[in-house]
Structures are given as C-alpha cells and as structure tokens.
Design a protein around this ligand. Structure first.
Ligand code: NAD
Ligand code: TYD
Length: 351
C-alpha cells in the first residue's frame, strides 16, 4: 500500500509518519508537505533514510501540482493532516486558512476521486484529520462534544476546518469516495511548535521570560498526548468504518491557569529551582478575540467500537514532554531562530 501523508513535517504529522514508517515496513509512505513555518523536517531526521519513506515538497493548494502528483504516484490512501493550525494566526490572516484548509482539501479530494473512481474505490481510503474546535464552545460543566454535536465553529481556523469536514463528507455522499474522519482535542508532546500554549510556556519558563496567559486563564482545554493521537489515527485508518467520524480526546480537562501552574512546578522541580520561582513569570495579557471557553471530547465511540485508549496519563505525558524540551534545547533554539528552515536545503537540494 502506498500512502500519501500530508503535513508530515508538522507536529502531529511527524508522529504519524514515524509510527507508520516504523510499524508498517511493507507500506510506502510519501510525506507531502509545503514546509511552511510550521513544517520542520528535522522532526523526521531519525527515519528520513528508511527505505519505505520519501518526502515531497509541495503545496496542496496548487491544483496542477496535486493532480500531477496523484497521477504519477498512484497512492492507495491519503491521510490528510496538512493545515494552517494556529487560531491566533487565523485571526490576523484568515485567507491563508481558507486557501490551505478548504481549497487544499478540495484539491486532494478531487485528485483522489479522479485517480480512484474508474477502478471502483476498492481498498482505497481518504482519511481527513480534524479538530474538536468545529463543534464550537461549551459552557462550564459536564457536557462534552460527541460525533452528533452540531457544528458551530467560531474562529476563522475552526470555520475553515469545519468547511473542510463538510467537503470531505460531501465527496463521500456525492461521489462515493471512501472517507474517514476524526476530530481530536488539543494535542501536546515533543516537536510542538512553540507558538501553542504548552511548548510556548515551556520555552519561556526555561529562558526566564514572561509567560502570557490570555484573559483570566479560565478557558478549559482537553489535552491528549500526541503519540496517543497517532495511535488513534492508526486505529481509525485500519479499523474505522468508511463514512464515519470518530472523536478523539484525552478525558483530561484543564483550566489554562491550572495547567500553567502545573508546568511551572514541574519545571522548577526538573531544573532544581525553589518551588514558586517559575510561577512569578505568569503575566495576564489581553484575551484572544472570540476565545472559545471550553472544549471537551466524548471519546466513547472510538474506545468502545475500535478499542483505542490513551497509553499515558497526563502526568506521564507532561513529564515526557518537559524532559524532551529540556533535552532538545538545540531543536527549540533552531525553531525559535528560524535556522530549522535551512534543513531542507541542506538535506534535499542536491537530490
Ligand atoms: P502543524 O501546524 O504543526 O503542521 C501543519 C503541517 O502542514 C506543517 O508541516 C506545514 O508545513 C504543512 N502545511 C501547511 N500548509 C500546507 C500546504 N498548503 N500544503 C502542504 N503542506 C502544508 O499542525 P498540527 O498541530 O500538526 O496539526 C495537524 C492536523 O491536525 C491539522 O489538520 C489540525 O487541524 C489537526 N489537529 C490539530 C490539533 C492540535 O492540537 N495541534 C488537534 C486536533 C486536530
Ligand atoms: P492554543 O495552544 O493556541 O490552542 P487552541 O487555541 O487551539 O486551543 O491555546 C490553548 C489555550 O491557551 C487557549 O485557551 C488559548 C490559551 N493561550 C494562552 O493563554 N496564552 C498563550 O500564549 C497561548 C498561545 C494560548
């Protein structure tokens, strides 16, 4: 089986690529990524020479490129993760999100349909990876997002992802394309770009800089370890029902301020500083526009029907994450300085 994984140089994509390349040596994995600011091939340095792995640099919003790639490579499956993924960036540049998340997804759907339809779609899969943010914002309490929760996106990011989800389902209903979808909660773990809350806070605590907390820090997110998201994607890809959607979450809700307190305390302990040192860096800043109050995912469908469950507790996952950032300060420095963007040139220009 040949699988195109889009966005494989990004945070979650790199964990998915590594899992598939190492677990399924009989599969050919083609990583298609535009290497935007969020794409970092250094994330895949350990597997880049594996015989069943290849990288292709390209933009999913470039229709002729996508069509030509599918015609040339004839993939059996697509696992689609490429996206603009940061809510704050979507507020300042919404069109970039429409371009990649909506237009790019439709180009991939069309290319897959055009390649596969004549042979009848047997053994083919188009798997679209999405977010719980499409469901909108929950009040405080116990209600959780299920697969039947009506869509109510409220940021340009979540609106663009919701739109892409609708297009994926439309290609299933209209053209019979064999699609699968999953909507996951906030991920954390190694290789996370330090613009998102957890890696940003770790980086700023480590370098004794103020840690910005939006508003009063009361917003709630449901955090899942990225390697557990990768195993969930593996599970849905192989065992999920065509046409179905699976919610994926960590059953692990945290108020932002409580989470930052915990991170400060873990870092104080791991860097041998007196408890309370890092908490002094917390700085309350102006709230995000339209800031969703709470996300919480009901994962019972994927757990009960497909047998997936997270492998680590939050305490274990967070400790592994902090250790990774403390041991990979060079990665962090190359990402924050921009030096990581030279890696493609060094590794691939001559090939
Ligand atoms: P990321 O921003 O770290 O990585 C995105 C990757 O896509 C990058 O490698 C980037 O270079 C690539 N890309 C962007 N535009 C492209 C284009 N036009 N053509 C080709 N490649 C392009 O994102 P992530 O956090 O790894 O998220 C991956 C997917 O998972 C996204 O679809 C996101 O919506 C979804 N998701 C993320 C989270 C989360 O907490 N991060 C949670 C649920 C779902
Ligand atoms: P983020 O990691 O951007 O993920 P998302 O907005 O997709 O959930 O933000 C997680 C939460 O942390 C969100 O409620 C916004 C908040 N936040 C801060 O308080 N400070 C920050 O510097 C960032 C980046 C986020």
């Amino acid at each position: 089986m040949k699988i195109i994984i889009t966005g494989g140089a990004g945070f979650i994509g790199s964990h998915v690529v590594r899992l598939f390349v190492t677990k399924y040596p009989e599969y050919q994995i083609l990583n298609l990524d535009a290497l935007t600011y969020a794409g970092n091939l250094e994330n895949l340095r350990d597997i880049e020479n594996q015989p069943n792995y290849r990288f292709v640099k390209g933009d999913i919003a470039d229709q002729p490129f996508v069509d030509e790639l599918f015609a040339r490579e004839e993939p059996d499956a697509v696992i689609h993760l490429a996206a603009e993924s940061h809510v704050d960036r979507s507020i300042t540049d919404p069109l970039a999100f429409v371009r990649t998340n909506v237009l790019g997804t439709v180009h991939l759907l069309n290319a897959a349909k055009n390649l596969w339809k004549s042979a009848g779609y047997e053994g083919k899969t188009f798997y679209h990876v999405s977010t719980d943010e499409v469901y909108g914002s929950l009040e405080m309490g116990t209600e959780m997002f299920t697969e039947d929760t009506p869509y109510d996106p409220r940021s340009p990011y979540s609106a663009s992802k919701a739109s892409s989800d609708h297009f994926v389902r439309a290609w299933y209903h209209t053209y019979g394309l064999p699609v699968k979808l999953s909507n996951c909660s906030n991920n954390y773990g190694p290789n996370h770009f330090p613009e998102k809350l957890i890696p940003l806070a770790i980086h700023r605590i480590r370098t004794s800089q103020p840690v910005p907390v939006y508003g009063k820090g009361e917003n709630v997110r449901d955090w899942l370890f990225v390697k557990d998201h990768a195993t969930a994607i593996d599970t849905v890809f192989h065992k999920g029902k065509v046409g179905d959607t699976y919610n994926i979450g960590g059953v692990n809700e945290w108020k932002n301020l409580d989470l930052i307190h915990l991170l400060c305390d873990v870092l104080d302990e791991k860097t041998n500083q007196p408890q309370g040192t890092s908490r002094k860096l917390i700085t309350f800043v102006t709230d995000r526009a339209g800031h969703d109050l709470r996300y919480a995912i009901d994962s019972s469908k994927i757990m009960n029907e497909l047998g997936w469950k997270p492998s680590v507790t939050f305490e274990q996952g967070l400790a592994q994450t902090v250790d990774w950032y403390l041991q990979n300060t060079e990665w962090l420095e190359r990402v924050t300085s921009g030096a990581y963007q030279d890696y493609y040139q060094q590794q691939y220009a001559a090939r």
